[in-house]
Design a protein around this ligand. Structure first.
Ligand code: G4P
Length: 290
């Protein structure tokens, strides 16, 4: 279709850059787990299945956890709530939050103290002072871990090298909330063997744009909208058809990406991708509820 399509399809090898690095991250987490009181498992409310780390339960064992579903403001809350209920039924503590909303992140702090009350009470029984609760923040890239940490610490930026191949030093961050935070010491990935998972993560900005075949992502987004959110597709682009060529034509005309009767497919793909990643399309949850 375009230069874009010459890029490799969205295959495991595109995003699973350094399996050795991921193994190291997991080892660091396992070693540190004994010092952790609670895990904040952060996932994106628009992809409540796709953004979950596949073997997280093996990794964090039976630690207390809060499943924090971020970007509530961008998701389809009806679908996301069904996923939230599904995880609650598994016994997780779940919070669906908009991290840009100050009241929402306070809910995380309150729930942390509620859940860890038993630890403090045990200490009290032994005549010890209350302790700082140590929370490990864990999740795949782009789910909002740094935003969450910045909110709780009240700092602007804590994001150390957040790219594959770079393992961070373990770095505990003090806060004024009686909680000390530890960021994921590297990159972790979800269920890479499922193509839809990779497409959903790519569509929401979790994979570097430069390695993506944007035509593939764009078609994934348009088809998904056609099947699940036809009103958004109609409203945003004036489309109520799922013929790919026609969809590209309509969008190209709308955004001025036609020259001498030639459609600039790259421009259309980029536009649709940017619309979803850049929060111009809201109210969408990409993991269907079955
Ligand atoms: P990470 O550490 O897990 O990789 O994620 P990070 O906090 O960097 O968040 C990724 C992007 O998601 C950021 O946008 C951040 O602002 C946004 N974000 C996080 N939580 C929420 C939320 O609840 N709602 C909305 N609407 N956005 C959220 P960015 O464009 O990459 O950077 P920025 O300039 O906005 O900070």
């Amino acid at each position: 279709m375009s230069n874009n399509s010459e890029k490799q399809g969205l295959h495991k090898s595109v995003i699973n850059w350094y399996p050795g690095h991921m193994a190291k991250t997991k080892r660091l987490i396992s070693d540190e787990l004994k010092n952790i009181d609670i895990v904040y498992e952060v996932i994106d409310a628009r992809i409540p299945y796709s953004s979950k780390i596949k073997d997280i339960d093996n990794l964090i064992k039976n630690k207390q956890r809060i499943l924090i579903m971020t970007k509530k403001d961008l998701c389809d809350i009806n679908i996301t709530n069904k996923w939230a209920k599904f995880y609650e039924d598994k016994g997780y503590n779940v919070l669906v939050v908009d991290l840009k909303d100050n009241n929402d992140y306070k809910k995380i702090i309150d729930l942390t103290h509620e859940i860890t009350k038993n630890i403090q009470e045990k200490r009290k029984g032994k005549g010890l002072k209350e302790k700082e609760i140590r929370a490990l923040v864990i999740g795949i890239p782009n789910v909002g871990k740094s935003t969450l940490i910045n909110k709780i610490t009240g700092k602007k930026s804590t994001n150390v090298e957040n790219r594959p191949g770079v393992t961070k030093n373990l770095n505990y961050l003090k806060t004024n909330e009686g909680i000390t935070l530890l960021d994921t010491p590297g990159i972790l990935w979800p269920k890479l063997d499922e193509e839809k998972v990779a497409l959903n993560i790519a569509s929401t900005g979790g994979i570097r744009k430069e390695v993506l075949n944007l035509d593939e992502i764009c078609l994934h987004i348009l088809n998904f909208l056609y099947e699940n959110y036809p009103n958004i597709l109609k409203e945003k682009y004036g489309i109520n058809d799922n013929d790919p060529i026609l969809m590209y034509e309509i969008i190209a005309k709308k955004i001025g990406a036609v020259k001498n009767n030639e459609i600039n497919y790259d421009k259309v793909s980029e536009k649709v991708y940017n619309d979803l990643v850049g929060e111009k399309i809201k109210g969408v949850t990409l993991d269907k509820w079955q």
